[in-house]
Every structure is written in C-alpha cells, then in structure tokens.
Design a protein around this ligand. Structure first.
Ligand code: FAD
Length: 305
C-alpha cells in the first residue's frame, strides 16, 4: 500500500504540472500511468511536433515539453508508477483507495484525475489464443529486459518500437522480426542497424506475413506459424511473442467510478475542479465545464486552481 497526500492519475503534461503545484504547497503526490513513460499525448502522439502556445516558450516539441516538466518537478522526488492502469477507486472512511491492474494499492485523501482522453492501451494481436499467454509469453511492452534474455523471440510490428526492441534484444536473444508489409517505418539509422544484425544472423526478418497460429506444449509456447501473403505457412521456433501494433485510446475504467460524466469527460466545479465526489478532482482534457478548451495551457490553469 503506497500512501500520499494526493494520487495523480495520468502522467501527461497536466498530471506532471499538478505535481509541481502540489509540491510548492508542501503536498506529496504519487503519479500512476498506464504508459511506460511520462508525457501523455505529447509523447505518444506528437513527440516531434512543435508546440507554439506555451507561455514564455516560443517553440518546443512534445518531447521537449515533457522533459522540461519532468526537470521542473525533480526537487519534489515524486514516485512514478508506470505500466499500471488505475482500475478501481473506492472510499474507506476519509480516504480514497486505488487499485491498479497490477494489483497494487494506493491510499490518499485526494485524487487528481488527469487522464486526458483515457488510457493508452496496446492494440492487441487478433489471434484469440494469444490472450491466454498474455503476461507469461505474449507481451505488448518490455518492462524488464532481463526477462527476455536467451530466448527465441518473435517480434511483430513495423514501427519504431518493434525495430528498437528487435535491436536491443538481439544483443542477447534470437530475434524474428515479423511484419505484414515489406517496408518498415522506423528511423533510417535504426533500419540500417537492423540490416547489419540481419547479416550477422542475429535478427531474421520475415515479411510480408501475419500470425496464423500459436503452438504450445503444457501451456508454454513452443512455436508460432505465420502466413505469407502468397498463402505459404512457415513455422518459427518461439518462446516469447512481443507485439507492437501501436496504441489505442480508451476511456477505460474511469467511467465506472461513480463520477458525473459528460460524454467521455468528467463534470467539475470550475472554481476548484472538484468532481461530484469530495476529494476527487479532475483536470486537463478529461474534465468538462462551460467554456473548456482542450489545451495544455488550460490544464496548467486547472491544476493551479
Ligand atoms: P494526456 O496528455 O492525454 O495524458 C493522460 C495520461 O493519463 C495518459 O498518459 C494516459 O495513459 C493516462 N491515463 C488515463 N487513464 C488512466 C488510468 N485509468 N490509469 C492510468 N493512467 C491513465 N495542445 C496544446 O496546448 N498545444 C498544441 O500545440 C497541441 N497540439 C496537439 C497535437 C495533437 C496531434 C494532439 C492529439 C493534441 C494536441 N494538443 C495540443 C492537445 C494536448 O496534447 C492535450 O490537451 C494534452 O495532452 C492534455 O494533457 P492531459 O495531461 O490532460 O492528458
């Protein structure tokens, strides 16, 4: 059980600035986010896009803004819990108790929901059998790369995450990089490194094909079958499947916490941004009040109040 003065749900720009505003008042916060890093939409959707409407910063990218917000809150030594989605919010006397999908519990008298447009969730493999191996041998993110050492890993995807992890894990494991198209979408430098590893037989590229079946023995994956566009099926020795098909945004469990909702946003009192539940506040893109603007600047103002 982690205790704090305030639990902040969401490490987007608004959640990060909330840490600052609480910190200067001497309040200790913890931050929970479903993603593996801070930054919310700025980092997931537009890390390189310029932002022109942050006061006193004529221009910065989504990534730079996130970096600066993290720098600004360094003095508060805040604890961040990544890769955890807040699933439940329950009341226990004067305190709120939060439960995450990792079965971790947090307790505080106040919560700030800075959940943006909801939690970013991985787009999952369409093969139904994959579900039962989730968290054991099918993964949509890498939390501890040591777990992936000396394994036969099949990585699915054609973007930066698939390529970056293929390169990193090829240092100590055998990698099959599988993509439904012949072209990859990664940075040119990463692509040339992948080609080098392919020549050294550390990465085997399989395109254009998709996951067709998972073969198992005693509940462990032993191999997978992929189907090429021309109909050919190939069996590949595999212990671990890693899939990087991008993220989807889902409002998720927030809708079930008994808060007054307005479509997919939470109604707040614009004087103090409290919701209909005492001690639960909402700010940023997730909150709704007359005249609300979905801008970073507005979220900063909201957490200040
Ligand atoms: P988000 O950035 O959405 O962060 C919310 C975080 O909460 C996410 O990381 C999510 O994973 C997490 N979360 C949600 N639910 C849960 C849960 N149950 N458990 C755990 N974590 C959860 N605004 C500007 O001011 N200027 C611009 O130039 C600008 N350009 C934009 C360009 C694009 C392409 C887009 C899409 C938006 C742009 N915006 C811009 C809007 C701006 O990005 C948003 O207003 C801002 O990101 C809102 O911040 P937030 O912290 O409220 O939410």
């Amino acid at each position: 059980m982690t205790k704090a003065d305030v639990i902040i749900i969401g490490a987007g720009p608004v959640g990060l600035f909330a840490v600052h505003q609480l910190g200067i008042k001497g309040l200790k916060s913890v931050v929970i986010d479903n993603l593996d890093k801070a930054g919310g939409q700025c980092i997931e959707l537009y890390p390189d896009k310029p932002i022109y409407d942050i006061p006193a910063i004529p221009e910065c990218t989504g990534e730079e803004l996130t970096k600066n917000l993290l720098e600004q809150i360094k003095p508060f030594n805040t604890q961040f819990f990544y890769n955890e989605r807040v699933d439940e919010v329950n009341q226990e006397k004067d305190l709120w108790v939060i439960k995450t999908n990792q079965n971790n519990f947090f307790k505080a008298p106040n919560i700030i929901i800075a959940g943006g447009v909801g939690s970013f969730e991985p787009r999952k493999l369409s093969l139904k059998e994959a579900e039962k191996f989730e968290g054991k041998s099918v993964f949509y993110a890498v939390k501890d790369k040591n777990f992936f050492k000396k394994k036969n890993i099949s990585i699915f995807g054609g973007g930066d995450s698939a390529l970056d992890w293929a390169l990193e894990l090829s240092k100590f494991s055998k990698i099959n990089l599988i993509h439904r198209r012949n072209e990859f979408r990664g940075a040119p430098h990463t692509l040339s490194e992948i080609k080098k590893m392919e020549k050294e037989d550390k990465i085997i590229i399989k395109t254009p094909c998709q996951l067709e079946a998972i073969e198992e023995h005693e509940n462990k994956i032993t191999s997978i079958s992929v189907k090429y566009d021309d109909g050919k099926i190939e069996r590949i020795k595999t212990d671990i499947i890693l899939s990087f098909f991008g993220l989807i945004m889902k409002l998720g469990p927030i809708a079930e916490w008994g808060l007054n909702m307005n479509k997919k946003t939470i109604d707040v009192n614009p004087e103090n941004f409290e919701t209909n539940k005492k001690g639960i506040f909402a700010a940023g893109d997730i909150c709704s009040y007359p005249g609300k603007l979905k801008l970073i600047l507005s979220g900063f103002h909201e957490v200040a109040l």
